[in-house]
Design a protein around this ligand. Sequence first.
Ligand code: BGC
Length: 465
Amino acid sequence: MSISTSYKAEKRSNKSVTFFVCFLAALAGLLFGLDIGVIAGALPFISHDFQISSHEQEWVVSSMMFGAAVGAVGSGWMNFRIGRKYSLMIGAVLFVLGSLASALAPNTEVLIIARVLLGLAVGVASYTAPLYLSEIAPEKIRGSMISMYQLMITIGILAAYLSDTGLSYTGSWRWMLGVITIPALLLLIGVFFLPDSPRWLAARGNDEKARRVLEKLRDTSEQAKNELNEIRESLKVKQSGWALFTNNKNFRRAVYLGILLQVMQQFTGMNVIMYYAPKIFGLAGFASNAEQMWGTVIVGLVNVLATFIAIGLVDRWGRKPTLILGFLVMAVGMGVLGTMLHVGVESMGAKYFSIAMLLMFIVGFAMSAGPLIWVLCSEIQPLKGRDFGITVSTATNWIANMIVGATFLTMLDSLGNANTFWVYGGLNLVFIFITLALIPETKNVSLEHIERNLMSGKPLKNIGD
Ligand code: BGC
């Protein structure tokens, strides 16, 4: 073989290794989505089989988010100790166990425990996979990785809705929950072949191994060497999140901003629709099971498609205008839907109009807060406190998610249908003002620049200037 052909072959194999690695980490995003989506279609059948109250249904839904919050907090420590690869492996084992246990649950109590287990898996995956991706992806595509990860989540949600709908004709919720074992097993098998993250290896003083991994992932030895040098350079900044949090008020502001961003994302009310879509279709006058299930599939599809808008807009329009537009669209969608439920959805036209409002809300979320909040949360933390800041904001995402999931049916029962949607519509309006007053624009600004502004005490709104 001539030198040039062997070089080409090596190059191709490097590309396929990188692709395989990114594919597997993205599979973790897919599982995250599958587990969020699957409960919407299964819940009506579970409630029927186990004869459970609204309150117990809320617990079946939100027990997973509780597990995910715990999983995300534990992941920070676990990723530090055992690395990304073995953390993902533990996540995959929990996925398999949680899926099987929830499919076989003999009663509500066991189902709730099984969903906490699944939640732990989702928490570990939602923390580890993006971290791993950002450490392993070549620089050129690193930026779009977070949006891609969000896309995988939405595809997972859609896939779960489709499989739920296919299975709904027999009403077999156990199969709905059980089929997720298959992608979970795929992840588990795939993770065995994953290399450890070069950054983590280098952080543990294992430079030789880190170099070998990079050689496999990058096109040339030169690139691998340069990247290892960069990693070494950046590792000189030691993570000291907790210490920084207790004694630096500028860093505290970034942590609080991360919390605020995630609370805003969740209190848009997006997951009310993700978890209870068939129920909402029922409120809007679609009585049959098939209508509710297919309607839910359309919600999932619109969510995937609108995520592409965000991928196109983030770096052109910037974060702030996109967010403001998104909150406005969501406020209108929720507000008008509430009004429709208030005046009563009787005619065919009114029914379809209500659903159009629901879909408009989904577009508003998927084009803005869905991906953008994750992007912002990863951009605002200074290097020294990144791990800590991101752990706190990710855990907040799950806690707020749990609160939303655990209160929706109670809100419908106590406030009434219209008021419930109006509350979410109103919150989205408030978020427009919060965005104007507090959220920075970070488009085309280097992370070092943001950090300098933050740490010198500039108002949060201006740290991207
Ligand atoms: C949110 C999830 C939500 C999903 C919907 C994510 O960004 O964090 O809570 O279910 O988007 O697409």
